[in-house]
Design a protein. Structure first.
Length: 298
């Protein structure tokens, strides 16, 4: 008998999506914005009602400037503005809602949500669970194993491991190397100047890995891309940058998470309604939460 899938949620993606897409007039009685937590709560309710998931973990990012990657490269994510206080408050509410829904939440000042998800996936697969990662972040494609799914829930796009080459041009095990070559402007990772996504994919298709590329620089001219004759020199010139980037793009699999299987989902309707009172949510989400509580009590 196969075990049910475990759903690992990248919370920031759905909070930021709601923050930017939901109207600003979502406020509580104190005038504090609630649009992000409203959208996030709706997402969680829809996920549980749609899937009847038995095991769900929600991973949160704690800080833009305190991860182990900032110790390696202080400019990591330095291009991003800090979250405004109005949004930070909603992150706290969002975690409280997730916990009241009976979902297990994870956060750590030195490890990002991606690392927490990667570590959880690595702990749960040996027990026979398949993994469904809910995120729109391409970085997480490196975690997709043979039986796993990367689910962009908002767009309803599900990507199995065999779909990743069509999505990004490389296999899951090559994603971190691919990002090290191309760089990642979102995270302020420079990569190798002049090497774009297609060239990086061609290099990895030919050699297999970043390490193999650098072990065979004299053969880089063989790769069927424009400018292949000058690629070797370019790669050699920016070798330190590529190797530094690779230390940043790889998702850590050793983050501190609670050992053992996740507890089964068990919504606590009293806590949910108390939180919804605090943020002045109306009946639509309350009715959905009631349906979920009934579903899990059945």
């Amino acid at each position: 008998m196969s075990l049910p899938p475990v759903y690992l949620v990248d919370a920031s993606v759905y909070l930021f999506r709601a923050w930017f897409s939901m109207p600003d007039d979502f406020v509580n009685g104190a005038g504090q914005p609630t649009n992000a937590v409203y959208g996030f709560s709706g997402f969680l309710c829809s996920l549980l009602e749609q899937t009847g998931a038995e095991h769900v973990a929600v991973a949160f990012d704690v800080s833009l400037a305190s991860s182990f990657r900032n110790e390696i490269y202080p400019e990591y994510k330095a291009n991003r503005d800090p979250a405004p206080e109005e949004l930070k408050r909603q992150f706290d509410w969002a975690r409280a809602v997730a916990e009241a829904m009976g979902l297990q939440c994870f956060a750590d000042p030195r490890y990002e949500a991606d690392d927490l998800i990667g570590t959880l996936a690595g702990c749960l697969r040996p027990a026979g669970f398949t993994i469904e990662i809910l995120s729109a972040d391409k970085d997480l494609a490196q975690l997709v194993g043979d039986s796993d799914v990367l689910w962009d829930y908002a767009r309803d796009r599900r990507h199995a491991s065999d779909d990743i080459p069509q999505l990004l041009g490389v296999h899951p095990a090559q994603v971190a190397d691919w990002l090290a070559l191309t760089g990642d402007a979102v995270d302020n990772i420079p990569g190798v100047p002049g090497i774009g996504a297609k060239t990086a994919a061609a290099l990895l298709d030919h050699f297999g890995s970043l390490e193999a590329i650098y072990a065979n620089l004299e053969r880089v001219y063989e790769v069927p891309v424009r400018g292949a004759k000058t690629l070797g020199a370019k790669l050699e010139l920016h070798r330190e940058a590529a190797e530094l980037a690779r230390r940043l793009t790889g998702i850590a699999l050793d983050a501190p998470v609670r050992d053992g299987p996740l507890d089964p989902v068990g919504p606590r309707l009293g806590e949910i309604n108390a939180l919804f009172d605090e943020v002045d949510f109306g009946m639509a989400l309350r009715r959905q939460a009631q349906r979920i509580a009934d579903l899990y009590d059945a």
